[in-house]
Design a protein around this ligand. Sequence first.
Ligand SMILES: NC(=O)c1ccc[n+]([C@@H]2O[C@H](COP(=O)([O-])OP(=O)(O)OC[C@H]3O[C@@H](n4cnc5c(N)ncnc54)[C@H](OP(=O)(O)O)[C@@H]3O)[C@@H](O)[C@H]2O)c1
Length: 284
Amino acid sequence: MEKEIEEHDCGCMRRKQKALIKKLSINAAASIIQDPEISASFQIFRGKRALVTGASRGIGRSVAKHLYHLGAHVIAVGRSETDLEVLAAEIPEIQVLELDISKWTIAERKLQTIGDIDLLVNCAGISSLQSILNITEEEIDQTFAINTKSTMNLTKIVAQNLIKRKVGGSIVSITSQSSTFGIKKHAIFGASKSAVEAFTRAAAVELGQYGIRVNCVSPVVILTKNARKYWEKTKDSKSLLAKIPLKRFGEIHEIVHAILFLLSDKSSMITGFVLPVDGGFSAC
Ligand SMILES: NC(=O)c1ccc[n+]([C@@H]2O[C@H](COP(=O)([O-])OP(=O)(O)OC[C@H]3O[C@@H](n4cnc5c(N)ncnc54)[C@H](OP(=O)(O)O)[C@@H]3O)[C@@H](O)[C@H]2O)c1
């Protein structure tokens, strides 16, 4: 009988202890979030100024918002005034800049007026996906002007600024699995991104001595609104999915985390690297 009472008491005690621990954990978590010192430790980009192109929508928009929440001052570049206004309304601290980055000299001039930059994300890009039998000179010129030449121009501008200030920095460009692998209808797009990867390796070799790291993130399909529309419709998605070991396309946060890693000091010994975010596609 005594043993039974003891066990009953023990059972009650354990339940009470569990409830207390749960309550304490919730309170502890809440006070951690409110503790300015601890919340500051999550602000890994505090004091940094970041320039993000292609920030009016898709991946670039998400990168810009994450960088802001992690403490950076963000300059978000895009062409669409409306999309930039929506971003600015959501987070007024993000500085938006309407700029067509394919205009070499205009971009050079405008970017001289925005102040110092520590982090650059070359995310703006276009893709006109079609057979090589139908490509036009205009499409080639436009794709290379936006995807390739602007990345080179902005990398140059930011590197010059970092070297002048004698500080290191980090530059990340978004390429594509089609820069390494032959994918139907991706000839111009893939070629424009391959050039960015070659440029990145050479830039890393030249800029390493100044503490400037230059890397790429190379995704498989990432389901932005636009990508979702295209890949849900096309017959090609079934055969592409079959070649991805994880059997799915990527979500926006999955590429954003890779970009943030390469921008941050957590990757301080990595430069000249192309990081695939491809569910294992490149391992096959
Ligand atoms: N999503 C994918 O599946 C995927 C796969 C492989 C690689 N990528 C690459 O990842 C990057 C982001 O892709 P995403 O899917 O987020 O693209 P998205 O939704 O189509 O957005 C493209 C962004 O680039 C900007 N942009 C295009 N031309 C520009 C120009 N001349 N000047 C300034 N900004 C310009 C657009 O801004 P405006 O509309 O305001 O001009 C927009 O913010 C691109 O480089 C893309 O090639 C994406």
